[in-house]
Design a protein around this ligand. Structure first.
Ligand code: HDE
Length: 705
C-alpha cells in the first residue's frame, strides 16, 4: 500500500519522551503556551491540569475517552454558559459608581442614604427594551436606567427609564404590550424595532400608550450616548419621615453632559458601523477617566397638592410638569468603574422595584404594584433560584441576617440550630441570624377610603389619554416636531395593515390635528379618518419647555468625539493644532486614515485610530480633515471618503475641510458648503460650531429652535 503522506512517522507510545514533549505523531507542536506567569490551571474541583489542549484519546488518532473528566467538565460548563436572557431589557451596559447626597431630605424621610451626607456605592445598568441581548445599541427604543443603591439599610433599586412616563396604566397589560413590540412570534422579526404591525396595532387600540409613543418617536428614542440621557423613576413613590408623615416623590436623573440625541439616519447607519456604539462609548469613557455623572433630583408634593393636578399622579402615563412641581437637585451619581466581568455583573444583576428601604414606600400606582412581584419572579428562573441575592453584585453591602435557608446554590454555611423566630434555643442569646428591629421597614399607614370596593376597575381619573401627549407635541420646537412626525411616518410606513395605520391617525387627531395631517400626508393618505372616540375631555395644558430636548442641549464638546481624516503626507502641525483645540474643549480625538498606518509629513508611520472604510463619520460628533491636495484627489474617487463627508454634512455636523477637500471631495460628494463647513485652519470657529449640530442644515426646515 502506498504510504499516506501525512502519516510518515511511527506513532510513539504514550509516555515516551516524544509524548512528554507534547509533540504529535508527526513531531509537530500541539501545545501553545502563554508566556505570562500564572498559577497552575485546575479543574473547578481544584485538580491540576497537565494538558488543556488535547483531549484524552484511546490512542493518537483514536476515539476520545468518556473517562476524560477534564474535557467533560470544561465542555459541560461551556454548554451551560448562557442563562435565559431578560424577557425585556435584555441588552444592557452597566457600570459601578457612587451616589453622593448633597442636600439631605431629613424633613421628609428617615432613609439614611437620603438624610446622611456622604457617598454610597451604586451599580447602574442601561438597556434597550425590545431587542435581545445580542441586538444593536441604537434602535429607536426606550432606554432602561436602573440603579442599585447599596445603602446602609439594604439595597434600594430605582428601576427607571429615560422617559418620564410609561406606556400602560395597569400591570395587567404589560405582557400584551411587550408581546406586541417584540419580534412577531410567527416570523421572528423585526428584532429591536417598533416599526411593525403588531406594535402599532396595539397602540392604535390602546390610547393610553400614546403619550409614551410620542416620547419614543421623539429624538429621546435615539440617544447619542448613554452618558447623555435623563433617567426617571416614573411612578410616584412616598417618602416617609420619623413622624410617619408621607410626601409623594418622583425621582429624576439629569446628565452632566447634557442631553443629546442622534439623527435618525445616523442611528440606522450606526447599527452597521458599530453595533456596540453605546456600550463601547460608556466603557471607553469610564476607562479613560471621563466618568459620567448625573444629578439626582426629586419632585416633592403632598396628597392635597396632588388632588389639584389636572391628571392622576398614580397614572404612570402622566408626568408632573416641572412648571407645576419644581425639580430639586439633592445629590449626584458618578460612574467611575467598569464591571470586571460582563456576565457576573451586568447579566447577573437583579434589579427589583420591591427592593425598598425604610423611609421610602410605594404608591398605589397600579403599574408599580404589578412590578413588585414580577421582577423577583423572573429572576428566580433567570438566575436559577432564590439564592441569587448571594451573587456578589446583588448582595447587600451592609450587615444582614435572616432565617432563609437552603435552596439551589446556597453559597453560605449558616451555623446553629435556629433558623426561625421567635426562638429560645439560641443559647448564647446573640441571635446571629438577626431579629426584628424597631427601625425596620414600615409601610405607610395609608387610610383606606370609606367607599372602597374590591373589583377589576380603573379610576375615572385615568381616562384622559390625550391632554399630556398634546402638551408634549405642542411644547416641541419646529425641528423636534418634524422629527416626531417623520418617525411616526417611518414606523407606520412599515405597517402592512391599512386599518392599523388609519386607526393610529384617528388617535393622533385627538392629540393634534396638525400632527395627524402631517403624518397622513407623509404616508400619502388623501383623507383623514374620523377622530377616535375619547373617554374624557382633552385639555390644552400649559406648554412645558422642560420636556423639549434641543433647547435643553448643552453647547459643548465635553464627552464628544472629533474625527480627523488624514493620509500620508498630511501636515502633522495642522493635525496637532486641531487635536489640541478639540481636546481642550473636552472632546476625544480620533485619527482616521485610508490605511491603518499613516505617515504624517516628516514623520514615521504611526497607527491611526481607525481605517476609513471601517470608521465612518457617524462615529463622531464633528469631523475635520488635513489632507494633501493629491490625497484629497485620490480620496475623491473613493466611496468611503465621499460618504464620510456626505454623512457628516447630512447629519448636521460641523466640518473643518482643508483646501484639497473643498476642491475635490466636497463637490464629488455633492456638498455645497454652508456656514457649518469651515476651513481646517479656522480652528476656533470649528470648535465653536462642533459644540452643536448645524440645525440650519435640516432638510426642508430652515428655522432655528
Ligand atoms: Fe420592567 N421588567 N416591568 N419596567 N424593567 C424587567 O425584570 C415589568 C416597567 C425596567 O437592567 C424584568 O429582571 C412589569 C416600568 C428596567 O436588569 C421584568 C412591568 C419601568 C428593567 C419586568 C414593568 C420598567 C426592567 C425583566 C409592568 C420603568 C431592566 C428582567 C407592571 C419605570 C432592569 C428583570 C435591568 C426589567 C417586568 C414595567 C423598567 C420581566 C411586569 C414602568 C429598566 O420583571
Amino acid at each position: 500500500m502506498k504510504e499516506y503522506p501525512m502519516a510518515k512517522k511511527k506513532q510513539p507510545a504514550n509516555g515516551t519522551s516524544a509524548a512528554r514533549r507534547n509533540t504529535d505523531a508527526t513531531g509537530g507542536e500541539t501545545r501553545q503556551q502563554a508566556t505570562a506567569k500564572t498559577g497552575a490551571l485546575t479543574t473547578a474541583q481544584g485538580i491540576p491540569v497537565s494538558d488543556n489542549q488535547n483531549s484524552l484519546r484511546a490512542y493518537s488518532r483514536g476515539p476520545t475517552l468518556l473517562e476524560d473528566f477534564i474535557l467533560r467538565e470544561k465542555i459541560t460548563h461551556f454548554d451551560h454558559e448562557r442563562i435565559p436572557e431578560r424577557i425585556v431589557h435584555a441588552r444592557g451596559s452597566a457600570a459601578h459608581g457612587y451616589f453622593e447626597l448633597t442636600k439631605p431630605l431629613s424633613k421628609y424621610t428617615t432613609a439614611k442614604f437620603l438624610t446622611e451626607k456622604g457617598r454610597i456605592p451604586v451599580f447602574c445598568r442601561f438597556s434597550t427594551v425590545a431587542g435581545g441581548a445580542g441586538s444593536v445599541d441604537t434602535p429607536r427604543d426606550v432606554r432602561g436606567f436602573a440603579v442599585k443603591f447599596y445603602t446602609q439599610e439594604g439595597n434600594f433599586d430605582l428601576v427607571g427609564n429615560n422617559l418620564p412616563i410609561f406606556a400602560i396604566q395597569d400591570a395587567m397589560k404589560f405582557p400584551d404590550f411587550i408581546h406586541a413590540v417584540k419580534m412577531e412570534p410567527d416570523r421572528g422579526f423585526p428584532q429591536a424595532a417598533s416599526a411593525h404591525d403588531t406594535f402599532w396595532d396595539f397602540v392604535s387600540l390602546s390610547p393610553e400608550t400614546l403619550h409614551m409613543v410620542m416620547w419614543a418617536m421623539s429624538d429621546r428614542g435615539i440617544p447619542r450616548s448613554l452618558r447623555m440621557i435623563e433617567g426617571f423613576g416614573i411612578h410616584s413613590f412616598r417618602l416617609v419621615n420619623a413622624k410617619g408623615e408621607s410626601t409623594f416623590v418622583r425621582f429624576h436623573w439629569r446628565p452632566k453632559l447634557g442631553l443629546q440625541s442622534l439623527v435618525w439616519d445616523e442611528a440606522v447607519k450606526l447599527q452597521g458601523a458599530d453595533n456596540d456604539f453605546h456600550r463601547r462609548d460608556l466603557f471607553e469613557a469610564i476607562d479613560s477617566g471621563a466618568f459620567p455623572e448625573w444629578e439626582f433630583a426629586v419632585q416633592l408634593f403632598t396628597e392635597e397638592e396632588a388632588d389639584q393636578f389636572p391628571f392622576d399622579h398614580l397614572d404612570a402615563t402622566k408626568l408632573i410638569p416641572e412648571e407645576l412641581v419644581p425639580v430639586q437637585v439633592v445629590g449626584r451619581m458618578v460612574l467611575d468603574r467598569n464591571p470586571n466581568n460582563h456576565f457576573a455583573e451586568n447579566e447577573q444583576v437583579a434589579f427589583c422595584p420591591a427592593n425598598m428601604v425604610p423611609g421610602i414606600d410605594f404608591s398605589n400606582d397600579p403599574l408599580l404594584q404589578g412590578r413588585l412581584f414580577s421582577y423577583l419572579d423572573t429572576q428566580l428562573s433567570r438566575l436559577g433560584g432564590p439564592n441569587f441575592t448571594q451573587i456578589p453584585i446583588n448582595a447587600p453591602k451592609c450587615p444582614f441576617g435572616h432565617h432563609q435557608r437552603d435552596a439551589h446554590m446556597q453559597m453560605q454555611v449558616p451555623k446553629g440550630r435556629v433558623a426561625y423566630e421567635p426562638a429560645s434555643l439560641d443559647k448564647d442569646g446573640s441571635m446571629p441570624n438577626g431579629r426584628e428591629t424597631p427601625n425596620g421597614f414600615r409601610s405607610f399607614a395609608e387610610p383606606a377610603p370609606d367607599d372602597g370596593r374590591k373589583g377589576r376597575t380603573r379610576a375615572a381619573s385615568f381616562a384622559d389619554h390625550y391632554s399630556q401627549p398634546r402638551m408634549f407635541w405642542r411644547s416641541q420646537t419646529a425641528i423636534e416636531q418634524a422629527h416626531i412626525a417623520s418617525a411616526i411616518v417611518f414606523e407606520l410606513a412599515k405597517v402592512e395593515d391599512d386599518p392599523v395605520r388609519e386607526r393610529t391617525i384617528a388617535q393622533l387627531r385627538n392629540i393634534d390635528e396638525e400632527l395627524a395631517r402631517r403624518v397622513a400626508d407623509g404616508l400619502g393618505m388623501a383623507t383623514l379618518p374620523l377622530a377616535a372616540p375619547a373617554a374624557a375631555e382633552t385639555l390644552d395644558l400649559p406648554l412645558s419647555k422642560a420636556i423639549t430636548l434641543i433647547p435643553k442641549m448643552k453647547q459643548t464638546l465635553e464627552g464628544r468625539c472629533v474625527g480627523i481624516l488624514v493620509a500620508d503626507g498630511s501636515d502633522a502641525k495642522a493635525v496637532a493644532t486641531l487635536r489640541e483645540a478639540a481636546e481642550a474643549a473636552g472632546a476625544t480625538v480620533k485619527l482616521v486614515a485610508p490605511k491603518r498606518y499613516v505617515a504624517l509629513k516628516g514623520g514615521k508611520p504611526r497607527k491611526a485610530d481607525g481605517q476609513l472604510a471601517g470608521t465612518p463619520s457617524v462615529l463622531f460628533d464633528a469631523v475635520a480633515c488635513v489632507l494633501t491636495p493629491d490625497a484629497a484627489k485620490t480620496l475623491a474617487t473613493e466611496a468611503a471618503a465621499l460618504d464620510w463627508f456626505r454623512d457628516a454634512f447630512g447629519h448636521l455636523k460641523a466640518i473643518a475641510a482643508c483646501g484639497g477637500t473643498r476642491t475635490h471631495i466636497l463637490p464629488a460628494a455633492g456638498i455645497a458648503p454652508d456656514q457649518g463647513v469651515v476651513d481646517s485652519g479656522d480652528v476656533d470657529r470649528f470648535i465653536k460650531l462642533a459644540k452643536t449640530r448645524q440645525w440650519a442644515r435640516e432638510p426642508n426646515l430652515r428655522t432655528l429652535p
